[in-house]
Design a protein around this ligand. Structure first.
Ligand code: PLP
Length: 452
């Protein structure tokens, strides 16, 4: 930090403050974690200075021999860890990984067969009229994914997102009574809509998914099954999700982030069957800019960590802690979407406290509890104010929290929410954003959490 401070002291200062904030609060954001010193240090090396567009052994720049080593190791660790036929370590983030997957599925399923039929080797050989016809075909494909308010991600076909614009899209939700995925509904939608891509996976669904069933549905309608395991990759790596709950043996293409429950550097990855490997491998430079070689190196380190027995203990504890948190809430009368969890996250419906998600998130932050507001299914407050708060256990599990600490976390959260009232606008009208937290509560909660 002294070196940084000698150039731009405000950045050194912000970095110090960030460390203090992350260490001094209860980090319950389900998509965050604490990467190890080995992972963090690997990101700050000279690999940052190297361009390496292309793929291993096939680069558009000279001098990539060490990047080749790094990328090969990252992919090797990923294949071994997840039992995947092929792994691609270049995506800069989870969204980039999904874009690579979309491109690869379109290339493999639409462009390839079109070129073969036209007896052309590649698009450079096409006349302008051919090209227009191929583009039309590529733009005419369908995607079915989980809706945002049921827990899906923006890139799973949400209309305002690029995924909702590049594909004709439809979405499946969850059962209005139970909040659970209903595979018969997914099947019926898939049969009617006949998507090219069926997307499974989620950001805020607190339950496991049966990927064998999703694959059956995909096969029935001739769709490619793409699973986005960004959130729960750590539980797959740690063998908490096995059999039908492990997406890798069932999906054609699996995408992930590396920084959530997997506890690596910020980044993305794609796993695929051999069939999709050649088109995924062309992700850079067709979809992605030059790979972040220093981050690929850190991915290799994180994946090597995830292959150690201690990672399985951590992953099981993440799931056990989510149970403890859910039970802690339920025993204190709080309402949970799906009435519980069996993964790493809990979705607390804060309408039972008379609050919006926005009010609850802000009051909790005042008390040093860092969460994010989240829609609940069919949310009356929409995606901005919301009626829920999403809480995840990976980061605090990394800090060593177990059952008793998570029961205490539930107690503190309920205490804050019970002592928060909705506020009003300046004109005195009801507000979905402002709130009043009773005096002394924030300090009391901060003191209690400092002791944990
Ligand atoms: N996919 C899922 C399921 C996610 O939850 C997220 C992030 O929250 C992403 C993709 C996007 O990841 P990133 O922010 O790294 O692009």
């Amino acid at each position: 930090l002294e070196v940084i401070a000698s150039v731009e002291p405000r950045i050194a200062d912000a970095t110090r403050k960030e460390l203090a904030d992350q260490r001094g609060s209860l980090k319950l954001i389900a998509s965050e974690n604490y990467a190890s010193p080995a992972v963090l240090l690997t990101m700050g090396t000279w690999f940052s200075d190297k361009y390496a567009e292309g793929t291993v052994g096939h680069r558009f720049y000279a001098g990539c021999q060490n990047v080749d080593t790094v990328e090969t190791l990252a992919a090797e660790h990923a294949r071994e860890l997840f039992g995947a036929e092929y792994a691609y370590a270049q995506p800069h983030s989870g969204i980039d990984a999904n874009l690579v997957a979309f491109w690869s599925i379109l290339a493999h399923r639409v462009e390839g067969p079109w070129l073969e039929k036209a007896e052309k080797k590649n698009v450079n050989e096409l006349t302008d009229a051919d090209w227009e016809s191929l583009r039309k075909e590529l733009g005419n494909q369908r995607l079915l994914g989980m809706s945002l308010d049921a827990g899906g991600h923006l890139t799973h076909g949400f209309r305002p997102n690029i995924s909702g614009k590049m594909f004709h899209q439809q979405q499946y939700g969850t059962d209005p009574e139970t909040g659970l995925l209903d595979y018969d509904v997914v099947r019926a939608k898939a049969k009617e809509f006949k998507p090219l891509i069926l997307v499974a996976g989620y950001s805020a669904y607190p339950r496991r998914v049966n990927f064998a069933k999703m694959r059956e549905i995909a096969d029935e309608v001739g769709a490619t099954l793409m699973v986005d395991m960004a959130h729960f990759a750590g539980l797959v790596a740690g063998k908490v999700f096995t059999g039908d709950e492990d997406p890798v043996p069932h999906a054609h293409v699996v995408t992930t982030t590396t920084h959530k429950s997997l506890r690596g550097p910020r980044g993305g990855m794609v796993l695929a069957t051999e069939e999709y490997a050649p088109s995924v491998d062309r992700g850079c430079p067709m979809v992605l800019g030059g790979p972040l070689s220093h981050v690929m190196a850190a991915k290799a380190v994180a994946l090597a960590e995830a292959r150690q027995p201690a990672f399985r203990t951590y992953a099981q504890q993440v799931a056990d802690n989510a149970q403890s948190l859910a039970e802690g809430f339920k025993s204190r009368g709080a309402k949970l979407v799906t009435d519980g969890t069996d993964n790493h996250l809990v979705l607390l419906d804060v309408s039972s406290f008379g609050l919006t998600g926005r009010q609850a998130e802000s009051a909790l932050l005042d008390a040093g509890v860092v969460t994010n507001r989240n829609s609940v299914p069919s949310d009356p407050n929409g995606a901005w104010y919301t009626s829920g708060v999403r809480l995840g256990t990976p980061a605090l599990t990394t800090r060593g929290f177990g059952h008793d600490e998570f029961d205490n976390v539930a107690e503190l959260i309920v205490h804050v929410l019970q002592n928060t009232q909705p506020g009003t606008t300046k004109a005195g009208a009801p507000s979905k954003a402002s709130y009043v937290l009773a005096d002394g509560v924030a300090d009391k909660v901060k003191d209690s959490s400092a002791e944990m």
